[in-house]
Design a binder for this molecule. Structure first.
Ligand code: MN
Length: 129
């Protein structure tokens, strides 16, 4: 794949180990990956990063992933941007809550490093217009 055509993934994750793992796993495949540690940075940089997909940790400092997702969805340019919730909380209602906030899909942590890139590829393909 052409370097310039590599899908750009924005990962919003406050846990350093988790963020580095996602960057490593996707970055070693056909993806460009940008990582930020909170929603404010993500919102501030969204216009310049223009990702093809967002990986959204739900449990974030200050503003949780649901709120960050709602704020992204309010922006017309990002109304259709695929947002994938990443959460360790496999609690009843979590998936529904993330979908209600505007996420398109939901992945439980810890990620499976073998299947994760395929899952992301499938979601990207599904949302490609
Ligand atoms: Mn977190």
């Amino acid at each position: 794949m052409d370097e310039k055509n590599r899908p750009l993934i924005l990962v919003i994750e406050d846990n350093d180990d988790n963020r580095r793992l996602v960057i490593k796993v996707l970055g070693s495949r056909d993806y460009e990956v940008v990582g930020v540690t909170d929603g404010r940075q993500a919102l501030a940089r969204l216009d310049s990063i223009r990702p093809d997909l967002i990986l959204m940790d739900i449990n974030l400092p200050d503003m949780d992933g649901y709120e960050v997702t709602r704020q992204i969805r309010r922006q017309k340019d990002f109304a259709q941007l695929p947002i994938v919730a990443l959460t360790a909380h496999a609690m009843v209602g979590d998936e529904e809550k993330s979908l209600a906030a505007g996420c398109n899909a939901y992945i439980t942590k810890p990620i499976n490093v073998r299947t994760f890139p395929q899952t992301i590829a499938a979601i990207l393909k599904e949302h490609r217009s």
